[in-house]
Write a protein that binds this ligand. Sequence first.
Ligand code: KG4
Length: 340
Amino acid sequence: MSDIILGIESSCDDTSAAVIRDGWLLSNVIASQDVHKAYGGVVPELASRAHELNIVPVVSQALARAGVSPQELDAIAFTRGPGLLGSLLVGTSFAKALGLALDVPIIMVNHLQGHLLAGFVRQEGKEVREPAFPYLCLLVSGGNSQIVRVDSPLEYTILGQTIDDAVGEAFDKCSKMMGLGYPGGPVIDRLAKEGDPARFKFAKPHVPGLDYSFSGVKTSLLYFVRDRIAEDPDFMEKNKEDICASFQKTLIDILMDKLIKAARQTGIKDIAIGGGVSANSGLRQRVEAEGRKRGWRTFLPEFKFTTDNAAMIAIAGYYHYLAGERTSLDVAPVSRLSEF
Ligand code: KG4
C-alpha cells in the first residue's frame, strides 16, 4: 500500500500545492503573487486575499497533474507557521475543511522544517542524492538566517541564527535603497555577475558563536551610498554592478564564516543549503568551492525548491505521517517560530 500526501503551502506570497506518493513527487503547483511588486514588499492583507483566490485552482491542478483523486489521499500536510498569519489561515483552513470532507487526517508542518527536508523530495528520472544524518543546513530566506543541525527527518537543532535582520531582508533592503525593485535578491545576483566584488568594502559584524547579524552591513551600505551620492549624483548608476557584487560578497562572507565554523565545531561534512537566498549563484559557487577545499559533500537545492513550495511541506508531512503524528482540527496557525 502506498501513502499519498497532499501538501499545502501558503505562509507568505506563494500559494502552492503538491502531491507525493511514498516520497516521490507527482506534482508541485505554485501560484506567485505579482500584486506586491508595486509596493516594494509583501503586503499581508493583499497576500491573504490572493491565497483565497488561488487555493482552489492550485489544489485542483496539483491533484489533476498527479493523476490522483481527492479520495485517494491518505493525509493533508499544511504549513502551520511561521509566516504571515492571514496567509497561513487560508492554507490551514483549507486543509482542515478538505480533511473533514474527505475524512483523512491533517498534519501540521513547520515551514522551516520543509526547507530543511526539501532535498529529500524524490523525482522520477532524477538521481537520488540525499545528505546523511546528521547534516548541517544553512537556511537562508527573507525571514530567516540559521545554521541547523539535522539529526533525523523529525529532529533538528538550531545552532545559530540571526539576532536582527535575515540575509534575504539585507538583499531586499539594499535593492530598495538602490531603486532596483523587489524582490532584491535576484536583481542583485544578476548585477553582481557583471561587477567587481573587491571594489568596495562594507562593515562586517562581530557576533559571538554561530549567530548572525545583518543590520549593520545594511546601515554600512546606506551611509556609503549617501556619502558617495553627495559627491557625485550619478555614482549609483555608474557603479551599480560593483556595489551589488561587493555587497553580495560581504553577505556571502558573513554566511560562510559561520558555516565553516559550525562544520569545524561539529565535525559534520554533509552540508546543505535551503530557502530563497539559496538560489543565489554567488552563494552556491562559494558553498561548492569551500566543499571541494574542505572535503564536504554539498547539497544545493534545485531552483524550484529554493523558494516556497508545497513539495517540501508534503515531504515533511510524509515523515510526520510515517511517525504516526496527526493534527487535531482545532489547530491554529502561528506566525512566529517560537510559538510552534
Ligand atoms: O524563502 P523565500 O522565498 O521566502 C521567505 O522568506 O520565506 O525567500 C525570499 C527571499 C527574498 O529576500 C529574496 O530577495 C531572496 O529570497 N532571494 C534571493 C535570490 N532569489 C531570492 N537572494 C539572493 N539571490 C537570489 N538569487
